[in-house]
Design a binder for this molecule. Structure first.
Ligand code: SF4
Length: 708
């Protein structure tokens, strides 16, 4: 019977990086009523369509409930946890013994909780001895990480969400905020309505975000660095540079300005390269130069690029030049895509990070090794996502454990990824559904993972705010949290003492203690003030922004004091390369294929696909095309079209619209073979990556289109 009086549990939405607080009131029958948490400072009770439909996604239908193993004949059968964990541990042990630690890898997810992420990183980087731990966050915001580190000396988000309420100019570049960070966009619109803030949107597509803009700049793909280099030269030419700030707190301005003048020497050149009108560019530049409280938000349109780090650098350059960073209503602001991309970064979930925002310098390897008392510390960076799957295809990585993500759909050249997976000697997947494309790629071991509503831990949102995800439903079947499964494998590998965790709280305390270990204020990530939380305090932990230092001091914004995390404490201006796209158009592939999200679906739809209401928004995979291109290629609105690139092809329903620029196509990433036949766009995406961040260029692959 429904438990009419069961209390609502405060937890956090599992979708985007806004990190909204939700109240989940279990109904006693496996479901829950979900509403926004008025007390959460990210959303103050608001939820978007995805968050408010969470209650409709709580079903055990299609859930993976028991461990499964494949026998020698290829058949998958139910197994005990002991047998499955033994097989994982034996396989990893054997392959490491035969081929060394770099023959094994973990591929994780921005959906994991910080505690899951922490334990997986610790096992691989400290006890197996490889840094081959990467995550689908590589596809999301790795270029922001690299851009932050290059400019600030650390992966630090300077500002917070209040800046979006307090800014007088909001520049949104490469971000369909209205659909991908809807609750933040509502805050921005409230600022516009109540305070008169202006909104500038820079995007090749006319999106729902662009519809609300005071100025929309439909930029040519990949040319963000031209626009922001032009802005830097403009700021210098109109005496809008804050020389005190530049002199006291930064290094490299003169060189960066000289580079900007090479890339964007004058307005006509900027207009030619970006495809924008001179008057629109001039208006944007004048607004930026004349508005002290300016925030530049950027997301996947900037990050998902073979020059993503340079784009981030070109944006940050303009904020450094004006000293508009770390101040109320001013700063560059990376909007992270996933619910815990930030938490993953904090524990070192990327192959080029160690833990607690440390890297692979000998001092940092030594420090983390001593803290963990680790026998086999990785001493250098591991393979980033695209390289990791290439190494699998070459047979260099022989064992892979995928947790909570679906690389067989989401990685570039997804068909080649699926083929590579079949080469593995040991392929392990932790999942909570038993049907998706990665599960279809025939893992040897399938482990049932706890899902949202059942698991317990923390996530960090785009403004560095740590919030609890709390369980409000029992663990179904034999499913378990990922941290438990990793710890059990660690014990079987002989590391029982270091992985004797009994709760997420215990892991969190260790993570917090590591962040403060030998941290004399020279590392940004410090939550040492939380390392003594007892289980009760952890259970009740209210959303809190880091840093939270040992003395409980906090910093609402970084860099207000002009001190950065570089050796000389000065920020570094970036020197971007000449902007260019990685792929080339030609007769065979004359159009640019852009990919992205839609409002009511999330990733590969394993959760949002369960809600009929969400499916009603845009029920079918589609490709957008400009009317002139549609006429040129014989495409009819509402009929199916075949899209092809050098890497793959798929069939999508055509949507003919002027929202799409001439010469460009747009297709959403969500559908896959498991959900819509031939609609897997990841198969078509080029695997070119940024040289610093390793993030793939998912926004511009040369393509063609034809009627079916
Ligand atoms: Fe969830 Fe993001 Fe929507 Fe908030 S804005 S409810 S975090 S999907």
């Amino acid at each position: 019977a429904p438990l009419a009086h069961s209390p609502a549990v405060r937890t956090t939405c599992p979708y985007c990086g806004v990190g909204c607080g939700v109240l989940a009131k279990p109904d006693g029958a496996g479901g829950a009523a979900v509403t926004g948490d008025p007390g959460h400072p990210a959303n103050f009770g608001r939820l978007c369509s995805k968050g408010s439909a969470l209650g409709e996604t709580l079903t055990l239908h299609d859930r993976l409930l028991y461990p499964m193993m494949r026998d020698g004949g290829g058949a998958l059968a139910r197994a005990s946890w002991d047998a499955a964990l033994d097989r994982v541990a034996d396989g990893f042990k054997r392959i490491v013994a035969q081929h060394g630690p770099n023959a094994v890898a973990f591929y994780l997810s921005g959906q994991l909780l910080t505690e899951d992420y922490y334990v997986a990183n610790k096992l691989m980087k400290g006890f197996i001895g490889s840094a081959n731990v990467d995550t689908n966050s590589r596809l999301c915001m790795a270029s922001s990480v690299a851009g932050h580190k290059r400019a600030f000396g650390a992966d630090t988000v300077p500002g917070n969400y209040e800046d979006l309420d307090q800014a007088d100019l909001l520049v949104l570049t490469g971000s369909n905020t209205a659909w991908c960070h809807p609750v933040l966009f509502q805050r921005m619109l409230a600022n516009k309505r109540e305070r008169g803030a202006r909104i500038v949107v820079i995007d090749p597509r006319r999106t729902a975000t662009a519809d609300e803009a005071d100025l929309f700049l439909p930029i040519a793909p990949g040319m963000d660095t031209v626009l922001f280099s032009g802005l830097l030269t403009y700021l210098a030419d109109v005496a809008a540079v804050n020389w005190n700030y530049v002199t006291e707190h930064t290094a490299g301005f003169d060189d960066a300005l000289a580079r900007a003048r090479e890339i964007a020497p004058d307005l006509p050149t900027v207009a030619t390269k970006t495809g924008l009108t001179e008057s629109d560019i001039a208006r944007f530049y004048a607004w930026f130069a004349g508005t002290r409280r300016a925030v530049t938000c950027y997301s996947q349109g900037v990050n998902q690029s073979a020059q993503g780090t340079d784009k981030v650098g070109a944006i940050i350059n303009c904020h450094l030049a004006t000293g508009r960073i770390g101040l109320p209503g001013a700063g560059p602001f990376s909007l992270t895509g996933q619910p815990n991309a930030m938490g993953g970064r904090e524990v070192g979930g990327l192959a080029n990070q160690l833990a607690a925002h440390m890297g692979f310098s000998p001092e940092e390897v030594d420090r983390v090794g001593r803290f963990w008392q680790a026998p086999h510390m990785a001493t250098h960076e591991g393979l980033k996502a695209v390289d990791m799957f290439d190494a699998i295809a070459r047979g260099e990585i022989k064992a892979l454990w995928v947790m909570g993500t679906n690389p067989a759909v989401s990685l570039p050249r997804a068909a080649a990824v699926r083929e590579a997976l079949s080469e593995l000697e040991l392929f392990v997947v932790s999942e909570n559904v038993h049907a998706n494309d990665t599960v279809s790629a025939k893992p040897h071991v399938l482990l049932p993972a706890a899902a949202w509503g059942e698991r317990d831990g923390t996530v960090t949102n785009s403004e560095r705010r740590i919030s609890r995800q709390r369980s409000f439903l029992p663990l179904p079947g034999e499913s378990k949290p990922d941290w438990w499964a990793v710890s059990e494998v660690a014990k079987r590998l002989g590391h029982g003492e270091a992985f004797a965790y009994r709760s997420a709280a215990e892991i969190f305390r260790e993570h917090a203690a590591l962040s403060a270990f030998e941290n004399e204020g020279t590392r940004d990530f410090d939550i040492g003030g939380l390392d003594t939380l007892d289980d009760r305090a952890y259970a009740r932990l209210a959303p809190i922004q880091w840093p939270v230092r040992d003395d409980a001091s906090q910093t609402a914004r970084f860099f207000a004091d002009g001190k950065f995390f570089t050796p000389d404490r000065k920020a570094k201006f970036a020197m971007p390369a000449e902007p260019a796209l990685a792929d080339r158009l030609g007769d065979a592939f004359p159009l640019w294929l852009n990919t992205g999200r839609i409002r009511d679906q999330w990733h590969t739809m394993t959760r949002t696909g369960r809600s009929q209401r969400l499916g009603g928004h845009l029920p079918e995979a589609f490709v957008e095309i400009h009317p002139e291109d549609a006429a040129r290629f014989g495409i009819v609105n509402g009929e199916y079209a075949r899209i092809a690139t050098a890497h793959g092809k798929c069939v999508l329903k055509a949507v003919v619209t002027t929202a799409q620029q001439r010469g460009m196509l747009f297709a959403p990433i969500h559908w896959s073979d498991a959900t819509a036949g031939l609609a897997r766009v990841g198969d078509m995406v080029i695997a070119a990556t940024d040289p610093y961040s390793g993030q793939p260029e998912s926004k511009a692959t040369a393509a063609t289109i034809a009627p079916v």
